[in-house]
Design a protein around this ligand. Structure first.
Ligand SMILES: [Zn+2]
Length: 420
């Protein structure tokens, strides 16, 4: 493939300028109005199509908003390539672009889809050597990208085609696509990510001069020690009293290739009647009102701290996440069962309904089983005493460690079985 050795062609240079303009316009927009940029542009099939004859082929792509783009030609076979920043093609079949008989002008076959994280690509296979006679992104009410192709001789085509290895297009650097986390099968140490809730400007629940953020950090440090002694790798999402956005907590877990994610909390419920330890699993429909309120409060902490929740999911395809969640969910359920058993036999007082479902953002990772433990409720005097008591914390940390070990064993056995 020809790359940087290509001379910068006059016409190609023009497309760069336009792509640069669109890109810079996008950056300006990002500063002014973040939410608009983070939304994917959609293709409007009603305003899109390919028409043409032997002398000219016109591509028309109606978009919901202007995006950065570039167009170039490749050989073997002759192809037109158009790259876009954040255009969502997923809902559309490329066939909507083609005329009757499945062919339009010089376009034989059309494909599109995600190229790299944040970028989409359209590839049109052409019937012969062509040149880009015109290319323009119309902005305004109905943004539209128009590209016209005209036939050229094979010689001429060879001098104008090639992947333009532009520094502009390499910005921003695409995030590497994360490899799926290999399910643990006992052949390596288990990795547990501990996530002490809240922190920094978000103290969580507060009562009698103490805060949830501080208490759960203390507990997390002690639990880390207990798990480490049992030969388990532990990664903490925070190890100080600092604010960590929910999304960052998940990114840390994903980067650490977590086998199990445990979020630690000790919230206060508005009703003030709750007491005992409770375990939460992700459930889009909360088990009860109190659970729903807890989930909302945790998300609100991020909003109050100035985190743009619209920026979610840049590195994860949501559809894939939903699929993967159906796989991790039974593993999560089994962990909660083992955990409830271990806490019970250690004599830890449990909430009247010890296993709850709630729509916690921090549990939404698809890649690994995730639970949230409400160690106690901070507005309950008894729970507060427990959390401040060294021996209660030691017993509870030991019970959780034992549950992690016994769950990991059966989970690994299942993984080996599934692999056969
Ligand atoms: Zn909390």
């Amino acid at each position: 493939m020809r790359r940087s050795a290509q001379p910068c062609h006059g016409r190609l240079a023009l497309f760069w300028v336009m792509a640069l303009w669109a890109f810079l316009a996008g950056c300006g927009l990002a500063q002014a109005q973040d939410s608009r940029l983070s939304a994917l542009a959609q293709l409007d099939p009603a305003r899109s199509g390919i028409t043409g004859d032997a002398t000219q082929t016109d591509l028309r792509l109606g978009l919901s908003q202007p995006v950065a783009w570039r167009a170039f030609l490749l050989d073997n076979p002759p192809r037109l390539v158009v790259d876009f920043r954040e255009v969502d093609f997923s809902a559309q079949d490329p066939a909507v672009m083609l005329g009757k008989g499945g062919k339009s002008g010089a376009v034989q076959v059309l494909r599109w889809g995600p190229f790299r994280p944040g970028w989409s690509r359209l590839v049109a296979e052409l019937s012969g050597p062509m040149k880009i006679a015109a290319a323009q992104l119309r902005t305004g009410e109905a943004p539209e990208l128009d590209i016209s192709l005209t036939p050229v001789s094979k010689d001429k085509f060879e001098t104008t085609q090639g992947d333009p290895n532009s520094a502009l297009w390499d910005l921003p650097q695409p995030a590497p696509v994360p490899a799926p986390i290999l399910r643990q099968d006992g052949s390596r140490p288990l990795r547990v990510v501990l996530d002490p809730g809240h922190g920094g400007i978000d103290p969580g629940a507060e009562a009698e001069g103490t805060s949830e953020a501080v208490l759960v950090l203390t507990f997390a440090r002690e639990l880390k020690e207990a798990l480490t002694r049992a030969g388990i790798d532990v990664v903490m999402t925070r190890n100080e009293n600092v604010f960590v956005p929910l999304e960052t907590r998940l990114t840390i877990a994903r980067k650490s290739e977590a086998d199990l994610f445990i979020s630690l909390h000790a919230d206060a419920l508005a009703s003030g009647k709750a007491t005992g330890t409770a375990i939460y699993m992700l459930d889009e429909k909360a088990t009860d009102d109190a659970s729903q309120k807890l989930a909302e409060r945790h998300d609100r902490a991020d909003i109050l701290a100035g985190v743009d929740l619209d920026g979610h999911g840049d590195d994860v395809a949501r559809v894939l996440m939903d699929l993967a969640r159906t796989e991790t969910r039974p593993r999560t359920v089994r962990f909660t069962q083992v955990l409830v058993g271990a806490l019970k036999s250690a004599g830890v007082t449990l909430y009247k309904h010890p296993v709850q479902g709630a729509d916690f953002s921090v549990l939404k990772s698809a890649d690994f089983p995730s639970v949230l433990i409400e160690l106690g409720f901070l507005d309950s005097e008894r729970d507060r005493k427990h959390l401040l008591d060294d021996s209660w914390r030691k017993t509870t940390a030991a019970a959780i460690t034992q549950a992690v070990q016994s769950w990991a064993q059966s989970d690994a056995a299942e993984a080996r079985l599934l692999r056969q």
